[in-house]
Design a protein around this ligand. Structure first.
Ligand SMILES: [Zn+2]
Length: 270
């Protein structure tokens, strides 16, 4: 079955991973900007990273026949340096007319601090001003519910970003309703240890339905599995769900969300 991985940090994966993903049916990836494992020191460091995301990475994906899309931001983990964050936010528009850029992301909260909220709000200002889609990272484990609540509150304060243009990612059992019931798209991340397993994600689909929801591997430089979406497909098949329903979650839904961006030019597989 063809699928799209809507959240995967391919800069930290190998070309062999692209090859294996393609063999499993992956036809496109979307790659949010994220934390490199260390804090970048300058706005030029980010400019170079955005050049990699919009230049070399789509080319490398193409070697395996995959289409590559991307999102730009400074990650919440680097938001304590508010002045650098402001410089990065001011620089992002340099890339907003580059083909394959889908919007602002993954922005959000990490430790739910005041500086993170400030930088999150200023990213939202940019998204509203430039009419960009938004991809949101929600915090890990014990900070997740509170952080997701804070994010939803900040989004609801503003009328200039409609919820159907926002995806709240890394939802779990206790946050999926908060995102879905308020009209947002959501993403479930399939991780080997934290976040959702394929079985938990399948339970969530069975309980909350398949509207406005996608699954991703969030593969990065840490413990993660870039082939997690095929594991989820397998889990739904084992439970007796039909092809059309599975395809909706792993292919049609990301297409529908991304298609709201004019720069999303996707060529369906033959
Ligand atoms: Zn991520």
């Amino acid at each position: 079955m063809y699928y799209i991985d809507p959240h995967v940090h391919m800069v930290s994966r190998t070309t062999d991973d692209y090859e294996r993903m393609a063999r499993m049916g992956c036809v496109a990836v979307s790659e949010p900007a994220f934390w490199a494992g260390f804090d970048r020191g300058t706005v030029d460091g980010f400019r170079d990273y955005f050049n990699q995301l919009t230049g070399f990475e789509p080319k490398r994906a193409g070697w395996s026949g995959l289409q590559h899309f991307t999102w730009l931001c400074i990650n919440a983990k680097e938001a304590e340096n508010v002045s650098l964050a402001r410089e990065v936010i001011a620089m992002i528009p340099e890339f907003l007319n580059v083909p394959g850029v889908l919007g602002i992301g993954e922005i959000g909260l990490n430790k739910n601090t005041p500086n993170e909220s400030t930088v999150f709000r200023e990213h939202l200002d940019l998204a509203a001003k430039t009419n960009e889609l938004v991809l949101i990272h929600t915090p890990h484990l014990q900070d997740k519910y509170k952080g997701t609540r804070m994010i939803v509150d900040m989004l609801q304060e503003r009328k200039d970003i409609p919820p159907h243009r926002v995806c709240i990612d890394h939802v779990e059992e206790h946050t999926v309703k908060l995102a879905k019931d308020n009209g947002f798209w959501c993403g479930m991340t399939l991780y080997p240890t934290t976040k959702c397993t394929p079985a938990r994600a399948a339970d969530i689909i069975e309980r909350y339905g398949d509207e406005r929801i996608m699954v991703n591997s969030a593969g990065d430089w840490g413990p993660s599995n870039p082939l997690a979406v095929p594991d989820f497909i397998q889990e739904l098949k084992k439970r007796g769900h039909g092809e059309a329903k599975i395809k909706k979650i792993v292919y049609d839904n990301p297409l529908e969300f991304f298609s709201q961006c004019d720069r999303f030019k996707f060529t369906p597989p033959k």
